[in-house]
Write a protein that binds this ligand. Structure first.
Ligand code: MG
Length: 473
């Protein structure tokens, strides 16, 4: 080996050793998103649940920042996930449909390749990336995570109640009767896909939460010395509910509580791994969910706490989620009451990773790091837009929310109602949306009507990606 080359090798070894010794592999922080499915605003201890024990999430909230006004981009799975990963309202990327609300096993569509995901922007900045868990942005090969910026994928590609087989008890009826009912896994022939290959069918859902957590931890350990992004999207607590042997029958809340307590234990294991590897002070962890609780399943569905309605609805219970940000030494501990959304994650991660945000398209998110770090008391976000089925149902501006159209939880609740006189609620004084005060505030109604119209006029809809179906054999 010649001298310059030997010198280079020596320098690389010394710098690797010093990185290893400090544990802080790079200035670029790692990102971990833990994303639940159908978890309600009132389902964890840190957000007031009285009978589900979530000590790890509670500690994460004590050490981190608890957001009480944090939203998703839509009130059901597929469009909500598209919003998180692209930083854009799903109406802009074709992932919201008036005909089919989500993707199904016979769907041919998926997230368009023209969209830019968080994984792609951080990968360009040198990150290792992994998706673990529920995808639901297209299960055909060309739509899977490995084609959207993720180095690897392992999980169920859509909801865990899909590919339901005949000849089994009706889950909804059983759930309404028995808070501890567990369906046979053969009832739901959902696959587990590793990268682009099916490796298990039906997925053994009894162990799915544990295995997702283990996969995320394996990835973190393997990538400890370089910046990484792991997107851990649990399939649960979406029905059918399954808990591992260590948690089954342990909570006071039935199988639903067992599921949440297992997810909580997984959060604890992930945070402990980060601490043990001495990379906790260089890692931002976000915990939230894709939409509110699925109420028709009674005790097998969650609770939106004091918020109205649940999954599928544009009332608060459908779209406001219990959200925690954690990064010891960086995120200022406390309660954050400013508005935020999952669409803020992409621009925030871009800022923290030192990469530029996509400039050739409209983003619906803002960099919220000044709020996280306690450098600002007011966020840039002025509005939340509540879209459903290609229509703008409601708008929030500050404390005020105006409903043009209302509709209850997915599968239950009040039918669609178009309001000739929109309904106005003050979400700070009336978080449960009980008291329509439009008649007392005509000037606020007029202002929000104008804001909503300006927003509608500025939205360019992409062609519906959810309607395509494979021909029947
Ligand atoms: Mg969901």
């Amino acid at each position: 080996m010649n001298r310059p080359l030997r010198h280079l090798c020596y320098t690389l070894i010394i710098s690797s050793l010093s990185i290893f010794a400090s544990g802080q592999a790079a200035e670029k922080p790692n990102f971990v998103i833990i994303f639940c499915d159908d978890l309600g605003y009132g389902d964890i201890g840190a957000f007031g649940n009285p009978s589900i024990q979530t000590p790890h999430l509670d500690q994460m909230a004590d050490e981190g920042q608890r957001w009480t006004n944090f939203y998703v981009g839509a009130s059901v799975c597929t469009p909500s996930r598209a919003a998180l990963l692209t930083g854009r309202l799903p109406i802009r990327n074709g992932m919201m449909s008036a005909k089919r609300r989500v993707l199904f096993p016979d769907s041919t569509g998926g997230l368009p390749k023209s969209e830019i995901t968080i994984a792609e922007v951080v990968k360009d900045a040198g990150y290792a990336t992994a998706a673990v868990g529920k995808w639901h942005l297209g299960h055909l090969k060309q739509h899977l995570p490995t084609n959207h910026g993720f180095d690897s994928y392992w999980g169920i590609p859509y909801s865990n109640d899909m590919e339901a087989q005949r000849g089994f008890p009706n889950y909804r009826q059983m759930a309404q009767k028995d808070p501890n009912y567990v369906a046979p896994i053969e009832q739901y022939q959902v696959p587990i896909i590793h990268n682009t290959t099916v490796v298990e069918r039906p997925a053994n859902q009894h162990s799915i939460t544990q295995r997702y957590t283990d996969k995320a931890i394996d990835f973190i350990k393997a990538n400890r010395s370089q910046p990484f992004f792991v997107y851990l999207a649990h399939n649960l607590p979406h029905i059918p509910l399954y808990a591992g042997k260590d948690h089954r029958g342990k909570s006071r809340r039935g199988i639903y509580g067992d599921v949440i307590e297992e997810i909580d234990a997984g959060v604890g294991k992930i945070l402990k791994t980060l601490k043990d590897l001495n990379i906790d002070e260089n890692t931002l962890v976000v915990f939230t969910s894709d939409n509110g609780p699925w109420l028709p399943f009674h005790t097998h569905g969650g609770s939106a706490g004091l918020l109205r309605e649940g999954k599928g609805s544009t009332f608060e219970g459908g779209m406001r989620e219990p959200t925690i940000f954690w990064w010891p030494g960086k995120v200022k501990p406390g309660v954050q009451m400013e508005m935020g959304t999952t669409m803020d994650l992409l621009p925030t991660f871009c800022k923290l990773a030192g990469s530029s945000t996509p400039s050739d398209r409209t983003l619906d998110g803002y960099d919220i790091s000044p709020l996280l770090f306690g450098e600002a008391t007011m966020g840039e976000r002025k509005n939340v837009y509540y879209w459903r089925s290609e229509q703008l149902y409601a708008i929030r501006e500050g404390a005020w929310k105006l409903h043009f159209i209302t509709e209850g939880c997915y599968g239950i609740g009040p039918k669609k109602q178009v309001h000739e006189s929109p309904e106005l609620y003050n979400l700070e004084q009336d978080p449960s949306e009980k008291h329509n005060v439009a008649i007392h505030h005509p000037e606020i109604v007029a202002r929000l009507v104008a804001s909503a119209q300006a927003h509608r006029d500025g939205v360019e809809k992409m062609e519906d990606q959810l309607v395509g179906r494979a021909a029947r054999e």
